[in-house]
Design a protein around this ligand. Structure first.
Ligand code: FE2
Length: 424
């Protein structure tokens, strides 16, 4: 059974990643940054968690204003560092844990927290900057744990309230505890502390408020849920209000915790702070956890018995991502052009396996569904290769178009193809 073995809070300023990449550990100005992380590194080396559940916010790198969401759970099998303008950092990608992520998603939805799910998106400094100092990377061949990221949309109001974040943490605790396999999970909340990086107020800090916040986070976290976002911004700077993500981590810990380590250093714009805590009371109500385990499956119970029906689950979306993504890319005129002119080149550029190429080459509509392609990619492919929707329905049923049309009230035909076909 999965257990939460500890909680980490850390700033996620780009300074941390820069210090690591520029090897500043012996520079007296930079040294305190490294020292603040040593007790956390030692603790992680000793406890050896299997997974770090990592709460962060992206900085309009992979999550932009074209689609901004509150709680986005990373369900992918690998996460790469993002390119934030000057190329990605030279650090290894980290493995995700799709099975745990799917379980958490189901258990959160059962507790009325609806999430969005992401994969194949780079993680920016909000994630990889502190990650590269939390772990003694030089002592490992790659990352010694897997990572499940949670991206919290704290940049575009209305953002999740502090109370919502705290309650999310509490629900997350039960979601993780209800995972049936033995897993040691550590929760990391990142961001803050007091800082502002935009406008005339850029450079704002308040170390006294930061100290009070850290104390209340340990001893009286519920009082921190009563503060509004504007009040957090007044006390700790507009961007400092991202500290609600620490509250999310704290919600996932037991009501009482013991603080094992705390450090604070303010070299420039943003304090570099770390905290490490463990539960100080038992908080694992087995009956409640068992009830959640049942509720999380309730909505889909019986779906597996529906003949000819293939739900596009997180597991499917991760396993068949390459092929679904290839077909989804057909919504872009430049990708479509390559496919229409030279399918084999398009397959090659997308790195499709031979099995995947055969399915597309043969317009094997039923085979594509069985493989894990969602129907709406089929109708996109149909639009490109001039196969109307009813022909695809007939093929999936294993019928001729004529026989299929006999089952309809009207023998009509249509597709989602737009202006390309009108111009042809
Ligand atoms: Fe941030």
């Amino acid at each position: 059974m999965a257990d939460i073995i500890g909680g980490i809070a850390t700033s996620h300023t780009p300074t941390i990643g820069f210090a690591v990449d520029a090897k500043k550990q012996d520079d007296p100005v930079w040294k305190p940054i490294f020292e603040g992380y040593v007790p956390v590194q030692d603790w992680l080396e000793e406890k050896k968690p299997d997974v770090i559940f990592y709460i962060y916010n992206d900085h309009m790198t992979s999550f932009f204003a074209d689609h901004y969401s509150h709680f986005a759970l990373g369900v992918g099998d690998t996460f790469h560092p993002a390119d934030e303008g000057g190329g990605p950092r030279d650090i290894a990608p980290i493995e995700g844990h799709p099975a745990l992520a799917q379980h958490i998603a189901e258990a959160m939805v059962a507790q009325e927290f609806d999430l969005s799910y992401f994969q194949n998106k780079g993680l920016d400094h909000g994630a990889f900057s502190p990650m590269s100092l939390l772990v003694k990377l030089e002592e490992h061949d790659g990352w010694p744990m897997k990572l499940v990221p949670l991206q919290v949309g704290v940049l575009q109001p209305p953002t999740p309230t502090p109370l919502r974040c705290y309650k999310f943490g509490k629900a997350l605790r039960r979601a993780i505890q209800s995972y049936p396999e033995d897993l040691k999970v550590v929760i990391a909340g990142t961001g803050g502390l007091s800082h502002q990086v935009h406008g005339e107020r850029a450079g704002f800090n308040d170390p006294e408020w930061d100290a009070e916040f850290m104390d209340r986070l340990v001893n009286d976290p519920e009082s921190l849920t009563e503060i509004t976002i504007a009040e957090y911004a007044r006390k700790g700077g507009w961007e400092g209000a991202e500290v609600v993500m620490w509250l999310l981590m704290r919600g996932a810990m037991a009501p009482k915790v013991k603080l094992l380590h705390q450090a604070y250093y303010l070299p420039s714009m943003c304090p570099i702070a770390t905290m490490l805590m463990e539960d100080d009371v038992e908080d694992r109500p087995e009956a409640e956890i068992e009830s959640l385990r049942r509720r999380k499956d309730e909505q889909l119970e019986g779906a597996e018995q529906l003949e000819g029906t293939y739900p596009f689950t997180i597991e499917t979306a991760v396993r068949a991502f390459r092929l679904n993504n290839f077909l989804h890319e057909l919504v872009k005129p430049e990708k479509r052009k390559i496919f229409v002119e030279d399918e084999e080149r398009a397959f090659e550029e997308a790195g499709l396996t031979e099995e995947e190429r055969v399915l597309v080459r043969n317009r094997d509509w039923q085979g594509l569904i069985h493989y894990g392609v969602i129907f709406f990619m089929l109708e996109k492919l149909g639009a490109v290769v001039d196969v109307p929707n009813p022909h695809i329905y007939a093929a999936m049923r294993g019928e001729s178009i004529e026989d299929f049309q006999k089952t309809r009230n009207a023998a009509i035909t249509y597709s989602v193809a737009g202006t390309d076909k009108q111009q042809a």
